[in-house]
Design a protein around this ligand. Structure first.
Ligand code: NAD
Ligand code: LMR
Length: 338
């Protein structure tokens, strides 16, 4: 893990023009929900990235303490803490990237969609502030249900005439991280060297690992392929069950959220060839939002790299994902317009 990260961190040669101020060499990153199970460790990781000049932390609780604690780390990023709605605009002012893990996590027996009633309004209100204060920022949504919270974000930005589909991302990086870890474990490979795209959405059968496109190439018997696919699809539930009421994945999500943020930072400063899977506005399938590998550049999504060549098994998985995705997207869009 850290070998990959240190490769990312060691790249030099910053380009100024892509961040919000032409004189600024580095980026302001905000974390909304910064005091939470994901927010704290993810902020710790982001604090270490030399491309970050200002790490701005927002939550409805505990942000002064989290910010004071992180600010004692001797890395370059300045840290500020902002608590409660009155301080949200200050947190977002001149932000280049906003990462949003604010919201409640699952307990055993719940689906991600069961979080909709609580998290939809949290994401709507936070992204409304983003659309007002930092409409050009890259918005990275972690809060579940991602399949609906990303369409919510898009509709909020449309209301402000600020919608740019290249700048709104559902963070599905954890699905890729898990696929890489599980495949490496099964095949005795170095997990840091495995790269398996995961497409579709971020809930149950909408999570579609494309194991036929894994690098290095791997093969599984049909029953083992099915078991591996199901493990990746159900990995979030595996953690929810293991935590037995104490929440869902936090540390692995912090790692995944930091990885996606670092990829964006690198692409925004001009690094070429940066590719991550993310859930974005899409024309690749009948679902109007769909995760695929995307090429990141200075202005966000440079190019959607699409699904590539699918096996018959994967085509079937994609077909099965689409009705649920469409329903989750509609639910999110309707929520904003109700
Ligand atoms: P948590 O309860 O530990 O932390 C959530 C934080 O959000 C808390 O600090 C809380 O005070 C804060 N919060 C609540 N309402 C807020 C508001 N209106 N404004 C700002 N902050 C607010 O939960 P967690 O484990 O960090 O999970 C957060 C979310 O991330 C959940 O919805 C979870 O399902 C989701 N998640 C997504 C992925 C993914 O792959 N995309 C992975 C793991 C978890
Ligand atoms: C995950 O995949 O771990 C997250 O979406 C959290 C959850 O509820 O499973």
């Amino acid at each position: 893990m850290f070998s990959t990260m240190s490769k990312t961190l060691s790249t030099g040669g910053l380009i100024c023009r892509n961040f919000s101020s032409s004189t600024k060499r580095q980026a302001k990153v905000a974390v909304l929900g910064a005091s939470g199970g994901i927010g704290q460790p993810m902020s710790l990781l982001i604090k270490q990235n030399p491309l970050v000049s200002h790490l701005s932390l927002y939550d409805i609780a505990h942000t002064p303490g989290v910010a004071a604690d992180l600010s004692h780390i001797n890395s370059a990023a300045k840290v500020t803490g902002h608590m409660g709605p009155d301080q949200l605009s200050a947190c977002l002012d001149k932000c280049d990237i906003v990462v949003i893990p604010a919201g409640v996590p699952r307990k055993p027996g719940m689906t991600r969609d069961d979080l909709f009633n609580t998290n939809a309004s949290i994401v709507r209100d936070l992204t409304d502030a983003c659309a007002r204060v930092c409409p050009q920022a890259m918005i990275c949504i972690i809060a579940n249900p991602v399949n609906s919270t990303v369409p919510i974000t898009a509709e909020v930005f449309k209301k402000h005439n600020a919608f740019d589909p290249k700048r709104i991302f559902g963070v599905t990086t954890l699905d890729v991280v898990r696929a890489n870890a599980f495949i490496a474990e099964a095949k005795g490979l170095d997990a840091a060297e495995v790269s398996c795209p995961v497409v579709g959405g971020h809930a149950g059968i909408t999570i579609v690992p494309l194991i036929s496109q894994c690098k290095p190439a791997v093969s599984f018997d049909a029953d083992k392929l099915d078991a591996m696919t199901k493990r990746i699809q159900d990995a979030g539930t595996e953690v929810v069950k293991a935590k037995a009421g104490a929440g869902s994945a936090t540390l692995s999500m912090a790692f995944a959220g930091a990885r996606f943020t670092f990829s964006l930072l690198n692409a925004m400063k001009g690094k070429t060839g940066v590719i991550e899977c993310a859930y974005v506005k899409s024309n690749e399938t009948d679902a109007s939002y769909f995760a695929t590998p995307i090429h990141l550049g200075p202005n966000g999504m440079e190019k959607n790299l699409g699904l590539g060549k699918l096996s018959a098994y994967e085509k079937d998985l994609v077909e099965k994902a689409i009705p649920e995705l469409k329903a989750s997207i509609k639910k999110g869009e309707d929520f904003v317009h109700k």
